[in-house]
Structure formats: C-alpha cells, structure tokens
Design a protein around this ligand. Structure first.
Ligand code: PGA
Length: 244
C-alpha cells in the first residue's frame, strides 16, 4: 500500500509574531509535490496568522497539542474543533508534554480520539528514554505506548493513524538515531498496530537535519519526519522537503 510521505515541522515555543510570519512566508517557496504532505506547527497563538499566510499553498498547518475534551472549564486548553477551524493536524503526546505536563499514554490516546472525532489527523508521539534503550527494553516500552494509544482508538482505520517515533535522547540533542534503528522501530510499530498497520504512517523525529533526512527517508517503514530545530530555519526545512 502506498503511503504518502509526511514532513512535519514543530516550531515548539519559538518565534515572535513577526518571526512566525516571516518563516511562514519563506515556506511559500516550497515546490509543491503531490506525493508529500507538508505540515507546520507554529505556537497556537500565531496559528491563525500563519494559516492566513499559507492559505492556498501546499503547506498545511496544525497545533502542537489539543485537549481530550470538547468544551468546558479547562483553563488554558484548546478543543480539537477549535484547531480544526484553522488547520487539519495536531501533535499529541510529544515527549516534552509527557515530561512537563505529566501526560499519560491513556490521556494521549484520548486526545488522539478527540482529535479524530473533530476530523483532525493526530500525529501521536512515542519514544523511549536513553535509560530504557540502554537496558534493551526500547521495543517493549514503545509497544506499551502504542497499545495504550490504540486502546482508545480501536475502530480508527489505519490510514487515519500517524505515529512519530521520537527517542527522547535524540530530541534537540544533535544525537540522532541511526537510520537503521529508526527503520527497525518503525517496522516494529507497524507490526504492533496489527491488521491496520499497512496503512499507518510512521515518522521519525529527533535531531533531523537536511543532511541526515535522506538516510531516514529511504527506509521502507519510515514514512516521513517530525522536525524540530531544523524547521525553524527556512533553508534547512526546505532542503528536507526537497530531499523527499
Ligand atoms: P529536534 O526536535 O528535531 O529539535 O530534535 C524534534 C521534535 O521534538 O519533534
């Protein structure tokens, strides 16, 4: 089954309003490719302005997180259908949210379900710490994360599911996983999903650059990249897109 390549740029808590608009404007230089989805995730407060810059282009937008709830007394949270008014995508379960906001696998699964209910496509992040990898338990750990997320999304078709394998030790450290390790874990995640697995897209994320991107993308089970730091540099991110 052919799966579309997906290149995602997570700006995290970076950019002033002017910087965000300038970065979005430089994304308009992208040569559109029908086979590749390109999505950027600015800080949610700039999402509407960035979406306006990119309207009609081949670059899509999404939010870096959403609530598992649809409405109500949840100060500071953003409901999935609010995101849906501006974009089609959302990241859930990024390791920085798991670490800083104590998000559990179950909550991440519920966020993904709520996002899908609102017709957003969630990018569901999983990945082990260095300690877990060095103890030889990376697959067991990531497998449990995948199972917990799937338990909240039992009937979702595979082609609506996107996982991002992001080993925590590779995020923002300059120490990327080897292309072989990324392929091994992506294939493992696909098998773990089971019958729906062939349609599932699995991304790699963690210190991706224009230089190392091609090595990940040639792997049969790596369907794209979730890019942090390099997505803040227009030339780097455009070079990663050009490598697809
Ligand atoms: P990085 O971040 O590319 O800066 O390592 C990746 C991510 O957190 O998604």
């Amino acid at each position: 089954m052919a799966r579309r390549v997906l290149i995602a740029g997570n700006w995290k808590m970076n950019t002033s309003r002017n910087e965000a608009l300038a970065l979005a404007t430089s994304m308009l230089k992208r040569h559109s490719s029908a086979e590749v989805d390109c999505v950027i995730f600015p800080p949610v407060i700039w999402l509407e302005a960035v979406a306006r810059v990119l309207a009609g282009s081949s670059v899509q937008v999404g939010a870096q997180d959403c609530s598992s709830e649809a409405r109500g007394a949840f100060t500071g949270q953003i409901a999935p259908d609010m995101v849906r008014e501006l974009g089609n995508w959302v990241i859930v379960g990024h390791s920085e949210r798991r670490r800083d906001a104590g998000e559990s696998d179950q909550l991440v699964g519920r966020k993904a379900a709520a996002a899908l209910q609102a017709d957003l496509t969630p990018i569901m992040c999983v990945g082990e710490s260095l300690e877990v990898r060095e103890s030889g338990n990376a697959e067991a750990f990531v497998g449990d994360q995948v199972d917990a997320i799937l338990a909240e999304n039992t009937s979702t078709p595979g082609d609506r599911l996107v996982f991002a394998y992001e080993p925590i030790w590779a995020i923002g450290t300059g120490r990327s996983a080897s292309a072989e390790d990324a392929q091994t874990m992506a294939a493992f995640i696909r098998r773990r999903v089971g019958a729906r697995g062939q349609g599932v897209r699995v991304l790699y994320g963690g210190s991706v650059t224009a230089d190392n991107a091609p090595a990940y993308l040639v792997n049969p089970d790596v369907d794209g990249l979730l890019v942090g730091g390099a997505s803040l540099k227009a030339d780097q991110f455009l070079a990663i897109l050009a490598a697809c």
